[in-house]
Design a protein around this ligand. Sequence first.
Ligand code: AQP
Length: 335
Amino acid sequence: MDIPEKKKRIFSGIQPSGKITLGNYLGAVKNWADMQDAYDCIYCIVDLHAITLRQDPAMLRKQTYEAFAQVVACGIDPKKSILFIQSHVHEHAELSWILGCNTMFGELSRMTQFKDKAAKYPENINAGLFTYPVLMVSDILLYQADLVPVGEDQRQHLELTRNVAQRINSVYGDTFTMPDIYTPKVGAKIMSLTDPTQKMSKSDPNPGSYVLLSDSTDEIMRKFKRAVTDSDSCVRYHADKPGVSNLMTIYSAATGKNYEEIEREFDGKGYGVFKPAVGEAVDSLLRPTRERAKQLMEDRGYLEDLFSEGAARASQLAGRTMEKVCKKVGFIKKR
Ligand code: AQP
């Protein structure tokens, strides 16, 4: 009899630092849903990470509920995958301390995301912003993840994860699974609608720059009609046309059409026809998720049951790793 091969374990997270955008959806959450059968998936709303930037407490609470509801609405099945909220599993912060004592100041000083965020928020360069990568290392190693689906921007943090895992394994003996970066086949990088040289970000102060999963049809249509393009009116994918190319990427992700098909479809039609067509395609794509998330938000009790169950399942795995780590580093057990 064939013994079924053990599924590889995936870990990934999303910050409730704003509302989930079309970029987060196409670049991450949609793929999460598609990976649930082939992998043993653990997904997390990373609220501990979100407070590295100053958050309004009431907003953070609301956004955490909303992010959880939206992730479920996007098709993450909490029975199939483990879905939980990071601060509900205390081992993330505990492991982060131990791993922080095994991560070098120089390694963290080289992290480009820290440099970028420090430049963007000079009034709040807190120690958490600096040690953020250690918490990410802990998130991954706590669950002994084999694969981590992240964008290119996170590659440096994943390399740090591997370095720390290797260091611990060589100093204390085999402790952690060595994780690999996983680049999903379809993982579009979606750019801002108002500045297509910047990625679409939920914390962008300009709401016209992003489309939210919760945006109404009117909001979606208005944002696409105002999206920055260029002065000619030709729908063509080209590096010199970042605005149009970004809209084509979005249209392609929403309709399944490739760039050639899109260029043919809008040949001679101009942006006045193209931009509303992108809006309509995105609205059709997001409508079912929007409606399901709204229903879920009206049933807080159900959401609370789901995230409590998720945390209980995650805690079991996290507890096992923590016990192993504490023993390896020389902590004694209480009775
Ligand atoms: N524009 C994007 N295109 C494709 N993928 C994206 N992701 C984020 N923006 C885009 C992917 O979404 C996942 C979750 O991201 P995150 O919440 O951990 O933080 P982030 O990458 O910093 O996303 P934001 O929206 O830009 O948040 P803020 O504004 O708070 O920093 C990740 O897998 C990411 O690659």
